[in-house]
Design a protein around this ligand. Structure first.
Ligand SMILES: [Zn+2]
Length: 277
């Protein structure tokens, strides 16, 4: 029997990046041809969040998330908080499916002052996600314990929703940190690097994670998969990430597609499943 062609959800795409623009129509067209039927355009500051909404309005296959990236945590102000809050109040109309990307990142900068500033912005945006009952798209680079502690303080008081969000571009281990992510109600997302030959740790996580917790993303224009390394990444390259994940999990692309679609709908479009949690 002929299986339908697999479809994919890109849960993390920066179509609002300056490297897209003139050719965005063609980029979306190629994504649809590759079976990428949904894309979440992630904001990372005020302008990119506004642009994510505009792009989502223009393309039926694109939805938006709004948030301030930890790199720019110093830009967190009451004015920005009020602006995001206003957008989120109309989340459905604005096609917003998540708060993100938000989190903490000590890769290039660290120290108490940096950590305090990032934590302030992260906590404020966790509060926004709670208030508007939306999942979080969490960026965590070299900040595992800080991110965990922050989220745990909301989880332990029962304020975090059961499906709290996704740890995007998951970079933690397969044991300690994965268990904690699952405990917090977080899913894990994987990107182009899982197609690289040296990605043993990610493969271990993918093999061990509960299948209902997995997502695939491009994080375009960053992190292009093989065989497009060195180029601008785009959602149309997502099937390479899917193929790598299917190989690691030893399932057919069709089976993986069904699993990932269910995961994506449950986290970002629960109303389409009639679910209420
Ligand atoms: Zn990103």
């Amino acid at each position: 029997m002929l299986e339908p062609a697999p479809i994919w959800i890109d849960t993390h795409a920066h179509l609002n990046d300056g490297r897209f623009g003139d050719d965005l129509d063609a980029v979306i067209e190629r994504a649809l041809e590759a079976g990428v039927t949904r894309m979440i355009c992630c904001g990372y500051d005020e302008a990119s969040s506004d642009l994510a909404l505009a792009i989502a309005r223009r393309y039926p296959a694109v939805w938006a998330s709004v948030g301030l990236h930890p790199h720019d945590a110093g830009d967190w102000t009451p004015t920005l908080a009020a602006h995001f809050d206003a957008l989120l109040r109309e989340a459905r109309v604005n096609r917003i499916v998540a708060v993100g990307e938000v989190g903490m990142d000590f890769h290039y900068v660290s120290g108490e002052e940096v950590a305090a500033r990032q934590e302030l912005a992260f906590r404020a945006q966790i509060e926004l996600a709670i208030r508007h009952d939306l999942p979080l798209i969490v960026h965590d680079r070299d900040a595992h314990l800080a991110v965990y502690d922050c989220l745990e303080s909301y989880h332990s008081t029962g304020r975090l929703r059961p499906r709290a969000g996704v740890l995007h571009c998951y970079g933690g281990s397969a044991d300690f940190y994965l268990q904690r992510a699952i405990h917090l109600g977080l899913d894990v997302g994987f990107d182009g690097p899982i197609t690289y030959r040296n990605s043993r740790r990610a493969a271990e996580v993918i093999a061990q994670a509960p299948p209902e917790r997995l997502h695939i993303e491009t994080d375009c224009p960053w992190l292009p998969p093989e065989p497009h390394r060195g180029k601008r990444n785009e959602p149309g390259f997502l099937p390479y990430v899917a193929a790598a994940m299917a190989r690691i999990r030893d399932v057919s692309p069709a089976e993986l597609s069904r699993q990932l679609e269910a995961n994506g709908l449950r986290l970002f479009w629960p109303e389409e499943l009639g679910a209420t949690d």
